[in-house]
Write a new protein. Structure first.
Ligand SMILES: O=C(O)CCC(=O)C(=O)O
Length: 268
C-alpha cells in the first residue's frame, strides 16, 4: 500500500483504538537493508545497548538499544527516506512529522522476557497530542513470537501510568502519574485488546498514550526483530520531566521541536 492510497479507515482506527495497522507499506528492499544494518548494530554494542532478559533474570535474550539511526547510516536513510513519515502524518492527521527517537527491540527465540504493559508518553520528554510510534518487524510477527497487543481506546482515557524499568520493573523517579500500569491480562473485560500479526513490510502506528505490551518470544526458531520510530507531529513541544531517558537533547521547556537532533522528515 502506498501512502497515496492510505485509507481513511486507518486514520479512523488510530483515532478510535489508538493503533492502526498499515499492510505492505515497506518494500522488500527496505526490509533487507534494515536486516543487514541491524546485524551490524547488534555485532557492535555500545553503552546504550541492553539485554532486558538478562536484566530481568529471564531466559533468552531481549536486545534493546535507543537511537540506532544516530549511529547507522542505512537506518538513518530508512528513517529519512522510507514512506514511514508520510504515512505517520496521514494517520496522525498532522501536516508535519519530526524524528523524536527510535528503538531496536530484538527478542530471540525462547525468550520469556515480556514487554510490560506501558504507555510511551510518560517516557517521553514532550507534551501535545500528535505523537506516535511506528513499529515494524523484520521477521513474521505472531502472538507466539511476541506481537504487541494494544488496549483499545486507552489513549483517550486521560490516565497516564508511571514509567518503570522494563528489565527490573522497578518504578523510575518521575513526575506524579496515575500509579503503576494495571494488570491488563487479569481483566480482559475492563481492558479489551487488539493484536496485529504482521509480515515484514507491514507496520503498526500507535499513539504515545495507548497502553500496550507484548509477550516473550515462545517460538523455538523464529526471531522477533522489532524496530520502532517515535514521530512527532505539529503540536508537539519539549517538556522537561523528572524522569529523563537517555538519548534526548534538551530544548527549552515548551519549545517546539527543532534543530538537527529532531529533523523534519515530512511536511505538506
Ligand atoms: O517491541 C516491543 O516489544 C515493545 C515496543 C514498544 O513498546 C513500542 O514500540 O512502544
Amino acid at each position: 500500500m502506498g501512502t497515496g492510497t492510505l485509507a481513511s479507515a486507518e486514520r479512523e482506527a488510530f483515532e478510535r483504538d489508538g493503533v492502526a495497522c498499515l499492510r505492505g507499506l515497506l518494500s522488500e528492499d527496505w526490509i533487507e537493508s534494515l536486516r543487514e544494518a541491524v546485524a551490524k548494530v547488534m555485532a557492535t554494542p555500545t553503552e546504550y545497548s541492553r539485554d532486558l532478559a538478562r536484566e530481568g533474570g529471564k531466559a533468552g535474550s531481549f536486545y534493546q538499544e535507543i537511537n540506532v539511526s544516530l549511529r547507522s547510516d542505512p537506518i538513518a536513510q530508512f528513517v529519512k527516506q522510507s514512506p514511514i513519515a508520510a504515512a505517520a502524518a496521514a494517520v496522525m492527521g498532522s501536516r508535519s512529522i519530526r524524528f523524536f527517537s527510535d528503538q531496536l527491540l530484538v527478542k530471540e527465540p525462547a525468550t520469556n522476557a515480556e514487554t510490560p504493559w506501558h504507555q510511551d508518553f510518560p517516557y517521553f520528554p514532550c507534551d501535545g497530542d500528535q505523537i506516535g510510534s511506528v513499529w515494524l518487524g523484520l521477521d513474521p510477527v505472531t502472538r507466539e513470537n511476541g506481537a504487541m497487543s494494544f488496549v483499545k481506546g486507552s489513549h483517550r482515557t486521560g490516565t497516564l501510568f508511571a514509567p518503570q524499568n522494563f528489565g527490573s520493573k522497578a518504578g523510575y523517579e518521575s513526575d506524579p502519574f496515575d500509579g503503576p500500569p494495571p494488570d491488563v491480562d487479569a481483566d480482559p473485560e475492563a481492558y479489551p485488546t487488539i493484536c496485529y500479526e504482521m509480515e515484514p513490510g507491514d507496520v503498526t502506528i500507535h499513539h504515545a498514550r495507548t497502553l500496550h505490551g507484548a509477550k516473550g518470544n515462545e517460538s523455538s526458531d523464529v526471531r522477533r526483530r522489532g524496530f520502532t520510530i517515535r514521530l512527532a507531529g505539529d503540536d508537539i513541544v519539549w517538556r522537561n520531566r523528572r524522569y529523563m531517558p537517555r538519548g534526548f537533547e534538551p530544548l527549552e521547556d515548551g519549545a517546539p521541536l527543532s534543530g538537527p537532533r529532531y529533523p523534519l522528515l515530512f511536511s505538506r
